[in-house]
Design a protein around this ligand. Structure first.
Ligand SMILES: NC(=O)c1ccc[n+]([C@@H]2O[C@H](COP(=O)([O-])OP(=O)(O)OC[C@H]3O[C@@H](n4cnc5c(N)ncnc54)[C@H](OP(=O)(O)O)[C@@H]3O)[C@@H](O)[C@H]2O)c1
Length: 247
């Protein structure tokens, strides 16, 4: 993997991925890390100052009209090599969960960040993803060629739902899973793999302090999955330890 773009890198899992990638024995030539506000990204900025392969680009994923300009900035960085991996990581979950408290704003806002943005960002970045796939056409389907990873959640699995509630989050991730499946079918002819990943229940702002996993262990497992992506992952949902999950 020569290049990877990750959304939502100022904290949580996104920041954890950037930290792990710069420490890797064989780091990507370009790590494009997005955040929506530099004031909230001090640690990410320090990493970028110390590692010339880290490029920060500002991106609020709800501002979908900025995606074409964003894609041009990415193209300037990756040039003729294209982009190997798009990691749609940025996500949100409103606090209130039960049917009596859910409202239009929560549902729509969550759907915009967790579902609409990954689909439209994929659309905007297709030319650079296709370029990487073409440049590496002798390689098998995977992250060294061209791949899109959608950060999903087991909470988006319909078959694993035995607790109800969480309408905005569960519905937005279930819809992201469906987008993952459709993209995997549509982009197979271009040699681009598309998969959905569940990182575990992790101690972040979103996961909360009661989560059993630390960012570092989730990231370590997810990186192994990403490194070994192959045909079997295309259009499917996997978790941090390599186990396949049902939709
Ligand atoms: N933690 C878990 O247990 C868990 C479990 C399953 C799945 N996930 C998924 O993992 C991903 C990362 O979550 P996390 O646990 O690292 O949560 P987090 O610590 O709350 O981080 C969320 C990230 O998403 C960014 N983000 C939110 N809205 C955005 C927007 N409109 N535009 C751009 N960036 C935006 C945040 O940026 P700001 O700081 O600017 O808000 C932040 O960088 C999410 O997709 C989440 O659904 C997490």
């Amino acid at each position: 993997m020569k290049s990877i773009l990750i959304t939502g890198c100022n904290r949580g899992l996104g920041l954890g991925f950037v930290k792990a990638l710069v420490r890797d024995r064989n780091p990507p030539n370009q790590i494009i890390a997005t955040c929506r506000n530099l004031d909230n990204a001090k640690e990410l900025q320090e990493i970028a100052n110390e590692n010339k392969n880290v490029h920060i680009i500002l991106l609020d994923v709800t501002q979908t009209e900025t995606f074409p300009n964003f894609a041009s900035q990415v193209e300037e960085i990756v040039k003729d090599d294209g982009l190997n991996v798009l990691f749609n990581n940025a996500g949100c979950s409103p606090k209130s969960t039960r049917i009596n408290f859910v409202n239009t704003e929560q549902l729509v806002d969550t759907y915009l960040v967790n579902t609409v943005a990954p689909i439209l960002l994929t659309k905007a970045l297709l030319p650079v993803l296709k370029k990487a796939s073409e440049v590496n056409k002798d390689l098998p389907l995977g992250s060294s060629r061209s791949a899109i990873i959608n950060m999903s959640s087991i909470l988006g699995s319909i078959s694993a739902n035995d607790n109800g509630g969480l309408y905005p989050y569960r519905c937005s991730k279930a819809a992201l899973n469906m987008a993952t499946k459709s993209l995997s079918i549509d982009l197979q002819k271009d040699g681009i793999l598309v998969t959905a990943l569940h990182p575990g229940w992790v101690k972040t702002n979103l996961g909360g302090p009661g989560a059993p996993m630390e960012v570092e262990s989730s990231v370590k497992g997810c990186m192994e999955v990403i490194r070994h992506l192959s045909e079997k992952h295309n259009g499917a949902l996997y978790q941090w330890d390599g186990k396949k999950l049902e939709w």
